[in-house]
Ligand binder design. Structure first.
Ligand SMILES: Nc1ncnc2c1ncn2[C@@H]1O[C@H](COP(=O)(O)OP(=O)(O)OP(=O)(O)O)[C@@H](O)[C@H]1O
Ligand SMILES: [Mg+2]
Length: 393
């Protein structure tokens, strides 16, 4: 059986699509704040094509993201070029879908391409007051950190807020629900157009340093606040059970999950427990589908970010060439599907498969290994016989 050739482990971006569309006109030693240029030239299809290299499936999400990201960053570019659109309404995105199907992977890959700073956080880490958990404004300050302190760059970044479904209230007036609703309220101003102090009120050292620098007459050259007007927010969550709200609203109890996703409306998200004002500020919505065995096979064999490259690389570090036959890859995909954790299932399945081989093979003289389908029946036993056969030759 033919070993499946795996493409080169290059997560690089081709020169024609390569970004960082943010360049400093002044020398790198100059203060970056007032002198950054933003020249975004991508088109929605460029973004979708780039995402195709890393993310399998999720065609609708790629289309929606391509359009939303281009709309947003073209608007940012035009504004910075002196053509403001005062009535522009931001196209923040809500991504729905089960765990491990590529939601974060899509956003991270898109942010890499666009070359804007990117921050990801779980909505559950915030609390209403910021006393116990983090304060939502910290998200924006994280973005500044990611932009290397360049506030101008940070002000066109992307903030990705995961697990927003966990902010839903259930009508009870205690515990997480209250806090979740409070966090939604705090996020409202950020989602539209808010000013966030660059230094956290809790950052005593930072405040002191800034005061001392101002007293010495060293004006820092950066503003004290950052506006969120041009920061794109992408929220996501699994929203388990939302299909039932959709079916109930449409009085169609047998509607398939795909059709439910296509008919998702604001009312369903509100019934789920999110505040209408919060949902309203996430106008672009798209669902990611679950991954079946065929998709998982493609994740392994076609995606440039395939976990197999990591395995190849770790064996290659000991001078061992690893190949896996196509039927073995298919079997791994079927096993991973049974984990019901999307592409994350591949991690556990591969780990179990290669555990003994990774432990034993580096201490042998073996230089190449081919994994076939029967290896997967009992990887520990198969490892022993494979290594015995190879080393006795
Ligand atoms: N559609 C896909 N194509 C290629 N790789 C994928 C895909 N989906 C997931 N992966 C792989 O699985 C890993 C986990 O996926 P990701 O972090 O995007 O999940 P998620 O949808 O954000 O899940 P969660 O809701 O649990 O955060 C990714 O880093 C990627 O390697
Ligand atoms: Mg995620």
């Amino acid at each position: 059986m033919n070993p499946t050739p795996l493409g080169p482990v290059t997560a690089g971006i081709p020169a024609n699509l390569r970004t960082p569309r943010i360049r400093s006109k002044a020398s790198s030693r100059a203060r970056p704040a007032a002198s950054t240029e933003f020249s975004f030239r991508l088109k929605p299809r460029d973004i979708a094509r780039h995402l195709d290299r890393f993310v399998i499936g999720q065609r609708e999400a790629k289309k929606v993201l391509g359009v939303a990201l281009c709309d947003h960053f073209q608007h940012v570019r035009l504004t910075l070029e002196g053509q403001p659109a005062p009535f522009y309404q931001k196209q923040n995105v809500l991504l729905l879908g089960p765990t491990g199907v590529g939601k974060t992977h899509l956003i991270r890959s898109a942010a890499d391409l666009i070359g804007v700073p990117f921050v990801k956080a779980d909505a559950t880490k915030f609390s209403e007051t910021g006393y116990v958990g983090a304060d939502v404004d910290d998200l924006v300050r994280d973005l500044i950190r990611r932009a290397g302190g360049d506030i101008q760059r940070a002000s066109h970044g992307i903030i990705y807020l995961d697990e927003v479904d966990k902010l839903a209230g259930s009508g009870e007036s205690s515990g997480r629900d209250v806090s979740g609703r409070g966090v939604q309220t705090n996020l409202l101003k950020l989602l539209e157009d808010g000013d966030v102090p660059v230094l956290s009120p809790n950052d005593v050292t930072g405040q002191l340093q800034s005061a001392m620098s101002a007293a010495r007459g060293n004006t820092p050259g950066q503003p004290d606040t950052i506006s969120t007007r041009h920061i794109l927010f992408i929220a996501s969550g699994a929203f388990v059970g939302i299909d039932d709200h959709i079916r109930a609203r449409l009085q169609s109890p047998t509607l398939s999950p795909e059709k439910c996703q296509a008919r998702l409306a604001t009312a369903d998200l509100v019934r789920f427990g999110l505040e209408p004002e919060f949902v309203g500020r996430l106008p672009v919505r798209v669902a990611c589908h679950g991954l079946d065995a065929d998709d998982l096979f493609a994740v392994l064999s076609r995606s440039e970010s395939s976990l197999l490259h990591q395995y190849e690389r770790s064996f290659a570090a000991y001078g061992i060439r690893l190949t896996i036959t196509a039927p073995a890859l298919r079997r791994l995909a079927v096993l991973a599907e049974q984990e019901h954790t999307g592409a994350r299932g591949l991690m556990s399945v591969l780990e179990k498969t290669f555990r003994d081989l990774k432990f034993q093979a580096p201490s042998t003289k073996v230089r190449s290994l081919e994994i076939t389908e029967d290896f997967l029946d009992d990887p520990a036993r198969a490892t022993r016989s494979l290594l015995a056969r190879k080393t006795s030759r």
